[in-house]
Design a binder for this molecule. Structure first.
Ligand code: DGL
Length: 275
């Protein structure tokens, strides 16, 4: 069989956060076709209980794979990956999934003071998986894990034209910044793909300078590896979503949402009928 179609990658998040990862993937694989999927009807994932979220992800992913016909799926969402990536792999065994989990291992290698802050959604902070990452890779450090209630929504808002309130932003991140025996937090993991959208604001709100770790480049490298390992079996694409489309689960509340996706390279949109 001749491989005459381009690689298709489905990028998935609860909202616009995955765009930070999609950009890195597009840079790493400029010849790939990207389709972006956002469960805007389920946003924010950080507030969901675990089992209903897993159930939703399994149902939704079946619809997205059917519509997107991807060769690879990138779950560009820590909150979804830390609870469901292995369930997705089990349910869709022939589909390669690349997940996103808090960059605790690189943070532990980078930190000089041994004090690391992790900003993530309340869901990601509760996960066994996140605790295990800390135990495995950062047991020699002190890790301040903070579930930020409103940070993902602030990042979404920024993309829609709402300026984040600096005071509220400072409150959201403050618990990740600590002092111990004259040492300060020097590395802060952005454990939610929405947060790099606020990088400038975060740097301004930080009580002292730190390195913010955005996992997007590492995820893009992993996608390149997975693509190289996979050996594709291109199938027919009749009726599949067009590249550069965004697949949504609810009609967006305002036009700015669609404009934000168009600016990011996804000018077409489609609202999926959710079972
Ligand atoms: N962007 C998502 C993440 O990486 C979560 C945002 C949310 O839906 O709460 O965790």
């Amino acid at each position: 069989m001749t491989d005459d179609r381009r690689l298709r990658i489905l990028m998935f998040d609860s909202g616009t956060g995955g765009l930070t990862v999609a950009r890195a993937v597009a840079d790493a694989l400029p010849n790939a076709d990207l389709i972006y999927a956002a469960d805007n009807g389920g946003f924010p994932y950080g507030a969901w209980a675990e089992e209903p979220l897993v159930e939703r992800l399994l149902v939704l992913m079946a619809a997205l794979i059917e519509r997107g016909r991807p060769d690879v799926v990138v779950v560009a969402c820590n909150t979804a990956s830390t609870i469901a990536i292995w369930r997705l792999r089990e349910r869709f065994p022939s589909m390669p999934f690349v997940g996103t989990v808090p960059a605790i291992k690189p943070a532990a290698a980078l930190s000089k003071t041994g004090l690391i802050g992790v900003l993530a959604t309340p869901g990601t902070v509760r996960r066994e998986y996140t605790r295990a990452l800390i135990e495995t890779y950062a047991s020699h450090c002190t890790v301040f894990l903070h579930g930020a209630e409103g940070l993902a929504a602030m990042a979404e808002g920024k993309l829609y034209g709402i300026t984040p309130d600096p005071k509220a932003l400072r409150r959201e991140i403050r618990p990740a910044f600590r002092k111990r025996d004259g040492r300060l937090t020097d590395t802060v993991v952005l454990g939610c793909t929405h947060y790099p959208l606020l990088l400038e604001e975060l740097a301004k709100a930080a009580p002292w300078p730190v390195t913010f770790l955005d996992p997007a480049p590492a995820i893009a490298r992993r996608v390149v590896q997975v693509v190289a390992e996979k050996g594709r079996q291109p199938g027919a694409l009749n009726g599949a979503a067009r590249p550069g489309s965004v697949l949504l689960t609810a009609r967006p509340a305002n036009q700015n949402v669609l404009e934000a996706y168009a600016r990011a390279g996804y000018p077409d949109h489609e609202v999926l009928a959710m079972a």
